[in-house]
Design a protein around this ligand. Sequence first.
Ligand code: SAM
Length: 278
Amino acid sequence: MTRNPLGKVGQAKEITSLSNPVIKDIRALNLKKNRDRTSSFMAEGLKLVIDALDQGWQIRTLVYGRDAKGNAPVEAVAARTVAAGGLVLEVPQKVLGAITRRDNPQAVCGIFEQRYAVLGDMHPKPGETYVALDRVRDPGNLGTIIRTADAAGASGIILVGDCTDPFSLETIRATMGSIFAVPVAKADGSGFLQWCDGEDARLVGTHLEGAIDYRTIDYAAAPVILLMGNEQAGLPAALAERCDRLARIPQSGRADSLNLAVATAVMLFEARRHLLEV
Ligand code: SAM
């Protein structure tokens, strides 16, 4: 049987106290350093846990509230967790609320192993679109972008430079499960540019001073890597000058820019317009 990284062998267990060391370890996943150290993260809700299991993500611990005892889908997920060598915990609502930091927690949450795609294994093919995010800082933006990339049929996300953690609770919530479907890779700026150089793809950057109207670009001519800038600083010159096209979304009104996730959605659905059918 697989040993659970939180220290226990997979089995159902009732825990009532917040001071239980396993519960403490789970609550500690609130901090990035603990997620990194254990290479794990939390996903809330039965739908997300089932999505993750269906997509082959490795579950370490399933926590469910007492109120969900006897609920057939929850019991089925518990059985899958045990079969995968994970730990199943039954806890009072107050413990579930403390773990998820919610007054009205979902019936279950799962602790999963983190998984990053390897950038060098990504090879954009015709009809594919990738989204590269330069130093994205806002967890809600990143989660929304992952969800939008999934909906638009993008093939992967590349986190360039010092980005917010895709496995934080806030990001995971905002992805609504798409974190389990869209490969996420990370690279520093030079590693990203090196990868671009080696691939037969068009690098389309977005910039408030971009010279090209985003609606005039031929997105079908080659695989596309959409490059989006940081929320505060936008794209740095070192990245902008390497783009094959520098696109601008024309605006009117007083706003000086679009929110990063909104701009990414506009670009993605335009870049994939010819591929999406109703
Ligand atoms: N102050 C920043 C600047 O000067 O670039 C604003 C950054 S904006 C909030 C974040 C990112 O969204 C930009 O770097 C760009 O990638 C994209 N973006 C937002 N509005 C855009 C627009 N109208 N045209 C092209 N890209 C846009």
